[in-house]
Design a protein around this ligand. Structure first.
Ligand code: BTN
Length: 325
């Protein structure tokens, strides 16, 4: 979108009331018809703008779309989200991020966030389909971590901590983290994370952290199978929320925890993860590629592995798998 569209928007916001087309065109040194075209573009982006012969243009309400312009108003980060790419619809933000990271300078892309209003081919863990209608937050972060590769899973842990913290701070809801990488409210999943790694021997080229959060989505628009295990922020609060402000909060929380991780303070992340854990001290059933067993989830180690004490007393360390309560 052209820069001047947002300059028109900024002037409408600053005016706080009606502003004439003439004054907009003079302030921005563009023609009256260019102003009109930008007004139409802004309306298409979801801004409600009145136009009258006598008074000119007036911004009535802001867009509720997840536009970088709206996110930036709330963003308090140094690196994460300083570059954003917004797509109204795309198969998967992970694909877009992968193409950028493969073709571009990864160091320069570090912190870039790809945002989609909806995904038509969203992907979850274990290549499962990830339903991504409008109203959610579907993003992928491009990262160039400097931590040792054996600690890379802690990026997902930092992401889960960031989402749970953001939900707690923004909405005062006691979100919890379910191993390995889900965020829960009560007994329902509200968000998931997916880490994709591009590495050669033990050096990380880049990481893609895909994040999906069910925000302003009505449960009755989801299929019955999906509906039974998930919740959304708007269902919990019984009203829709400002997604842009919430995403800015998630990115800020993520940056804070990512910095802790990069400084090697793995224990600090682990402590926070454990303090919000849904899984620890619970009786769980674990399915791995090799087997399935039950026991008590007693700990998580600094590599992100779940430690389970089986009923016969034997301790199992689970690096990858699904966990049911
Ligand atoms: C899971 O819990 O299975 C992980 C879900 C991750 C979904 C996000 S949505 C944004 C990004 N793009 C994708 O296709 N997947 C991730």
């Amino acid at each position: 979108m052209k820069e001047s569209v947002f300059r028109v928007l900024k002037l409408l916001e600053e005016a706080g009331g009606p502003i004439s087309g003439e004054s907009l065109s003079a302030s921005l040194a563009i023609t009256r018809s260019a102003v009109w075209k930008h007004i139409k573009d802004l309306r298409e982006m979801g801004y409600e703008i009145n136009a009258s012969q006598q008074e000119g243009y007036q911004l009535i309400s802001a867009s509720t779309m997840l536009l970088p312009y709206e996110i930036q108003k709330h963003l308090r980060t140094q690196v994460i989200g300083r570059q954003m790419q917004y797509l109204k619809t795309t198969p998967s933000t992970n694909d877009v991020a992968r193409t950028l990271a493969t073709e571009g300078d990864v160091a320069a892309l570090h912190g870039t966030v790809i945002i989609a209003e909806e995904q038509t081919g969203g992907v979850g863990r274990l290549s499962r389909a990830w339903v991504s209608p409008q109203g959610g937050i579907w993003i992928t972060l491009i990262l160039k971590p400097t931590i040792p590769i054996d600690h890379v899973f802690m990026i997902t842990m930092a992401g889960a901590v960031a989402i749970a913290r953001a939900i707690r701070k923004e909405f005062d809801i006691g979100a919890l983290i379910k191993w390995p990488n889900d965020v829960y409210i009560g007994d329902k999943k509200v968000a998931g994370l997916l880490l994709e790694l591009a590495a050669e021997s033990d050096s990380i080229h880049y990481c893609l952290l895909g994040i999906g959060i069910d925000v302003n989505i009505k449960l009755d628009t989801l299929s019955p199978e999906l509906r039974s295990g998930v919740t959304t922020i708007s269902e919990e609060l019984e009203h829709e929320v400002d997604r842009a402000a919430f995403l800015a909060r998630v990115l800020r929380e993520f940056e804070r925890h990512y910095q802790v991780l990069e400084s090697g303070e793995y224990d600090a992340i682990l402590r926070e993860w454990k303090s919000m854990s849904y899984t620890l001290e619970q009786h769980v059933r674990v399915n791995t590629m090799r087997n399935s067993f039950e026991g008590e989830a007693i700990d998580i180690d600094e590599y992100g592995a779940l430690i389970v004490r089986k009923e016969n007393g034997k301790i199992e360390r689970v690096i990858a798998g699904d966990c049911f309560h």
